[in-house]
Design a protein around this ligand. Structure first.
Ligand SMILES: Cc1ncc(COP(=O)(O)O)c(C=O)c1O
Length: 442
């Protein structure tokens, strides 16, 4: 009876990034606990992707649940313009502190795309306010993904995700992605391999720097563009060029932020701070739709004026939601008090060992590259397939049947689990990955 009802409801569903005609009816999840999801008939599925990279403390975490319930007993939301509440102010201060006060101004929104849109608008309007109308172009690192709203799409790669909208997107310059084999990124040879990319970046800045207002990139790890990792030295060079040419460096840490790559923010791996930083996903632990755009004091001061026309004219009805702020404060506190960055380091070591085994095992001929950083483990198979290719979709279907929620990006299979996952659970994921790939490729 219950299944019949779900079947009826499914006739009204329209899911993201899903070709509904080709999609089978999905497992319906009734509850979650830690790393596990449970369907109404009791089937257990390991969530190996933290439900689209958002869940970092496990499902139904007692501390997260309590923090949200406590807040619900006080105030769920209050207009965050002309009014404020203690959790939004406390969270603003906390985020500033986490950036060692390099990014002391915090603007809230609801999701990663809007956090990016806001950063773009801040970089752009800062220059409008200052009367520097020549600085109106954006540079983006090639192959990036920054979300699905028009501005975020405009600075992302013009891939299959967004090609239908090309005529609507504003023009953007792209810097070539530094494609360095992963195993060479920690070696001396990397300096030689990366040099041509740094030179090309310098060229873009010397030709167009005077017209650029912002350079946007995903630091260290590009997510939806294919889970690609690049050397930290590129970020240091980008920082230097942005300083020289008066261009704001915009770090999209929607995916990488809050510990995902082993430091609180991926920019810290390169020892740099951006001028603007977009955060979402793990910020609220993946419990509520929530995001923040962090800015330097210099950028804030570009809007801080007696002239009301210099106001940042951007806002959302649910900006600064008290529930989202309470969840985010608890998520950050769990990171600290439960030493979650140590867990991420443990997971990284596990990925390193297990991916090396995989690379040298029976699938070796079928694997193009394995990569890892922090909690993210990646296998790129030797297949000439795009996102729309059948391999990935088949892979996901078989993996779920085998009890693991894994996602793919074309020939790339990745793991982005919550940080409290145990080594045994990681091993279960790897076994499933190996068996599923063998079933499809051997
Ligand atoms: C780096 C990056 N930026 C922005 C976004 C967009 O975030 P949202 O899906 O919350 O709009 C994503 C989503 O995957 C992302 O990975």
């Amino acid at each position: 009876m219950k299944n019949d009802r779900m079947h009826q409801y499914w006739q009204h569903a329209w899911q993201p990034f899903t070709q509904m005609k080709l999609a089978s009816e999905p497992p319906v999840i009734e509850r979650g606990e830690g790393i596990y999801l449970y369907t109404s008939d009791g089937t257990e599925i390991i969530d190996a992707v933290g439900s689209w990279w958002v869940n970092i403390h496990g499902h139904s975490n007692a501390r997260m649940n309590r923090a949200i319930a406590d807040q619900l007993g006080k105030i769920e939301h209050v207009i965050y313009a002309g009014f404020a509440h203690d959790k939004a102010l406390e969270l603003s201060e906390k985020l500033s502190e986490l950036t060692s006060h390099n990014l002391p101004r915090v603007f809230f929104s609801d999701n990663g795309s809007t956090a990016v849109e806001i950063a773009l608008k801040m970089a752009y309007q800062y220059n409008v306010n200052a009367g520097r109308t020549e600085k109106k172009e954006f540079l983006a690192l090639g192959g990036g993904y920054h979300g699905d709203t028009i501005g975020a799409m405009s600075v992302g790669a013009r891939s299959v995700f967004h090609e239908a909208f090309s005529p609507l997107l504003f023009p953007c310059r792209y810097a070539e992605f530094p494609e360095i084999p992963f195993e060479k990124q920690d070696t001396i040879e990397c300096e030689v391999l990366i040099d041509p990319y740094l030179k090309k970046l310098e060229q873009i800045f010397s030709e167009h720097g005077k017209n650029l207002c912002g350079f946007i990139l995903e630091p260290v790890l590009q997510g939806a563009g294919g889970m690609n990792i690049y050397p930290e030295s590129y970020l240091r060079h980008a920082r230097k060029l942005c300083d020289q040419h008066d261009v704001f460096l915009i770090a999209d840490e929607v995916f990488t932020g809050i510990g995902r790559t082993g430091t609180m923010f991926a920019c810290e791996k390169a020892g740099i701070w951006p001028d603007l930083m977009a955060l979402s996903k793990g910020l609220s632990g993946g419990y509520l739709p929530f995001a923040a755009t962090l800015a330097t004091e210099k950028i804030f001061q570009g809007f801080n004026s007696d002239d009301r026309r210099h106001t940042l004219f951007h806002g959302h009805s649910m900006t600064g939601s008290a529930l989202g702020c309470a969840a985010s404060l608890e998520s950050l506190d769990i990171m600290k008090t439960e030493n979650r960055l140590d867990d991420v380091k443990r997971i990284e070591q596990f990925h390193k060992n297990r991916l090396t085994d995989l690379r040298n095992g029976k699938l070796s001929e079928k694997i193009k590259e394995v990569r890892y950083t922090g909690s993210v483990g990646i296998v790129e198979f030797n297949l000439d397939q795009e996102y729309t290719g059948e391999f990935g979709w088949e892979f996901q279907k078989i993996a779920v049947k085998n009890g693991i929620l894994l996602r793919t990006l074309g020939p790339v299979v990745y793991m982005t689990p919550a940080y409290m996952i145990s080594d045994e659970e990681l091993e279960q994921i790897y076994r499933c990955l190996e068996n599923t790939a063998s079933e499809l490729l051997l």
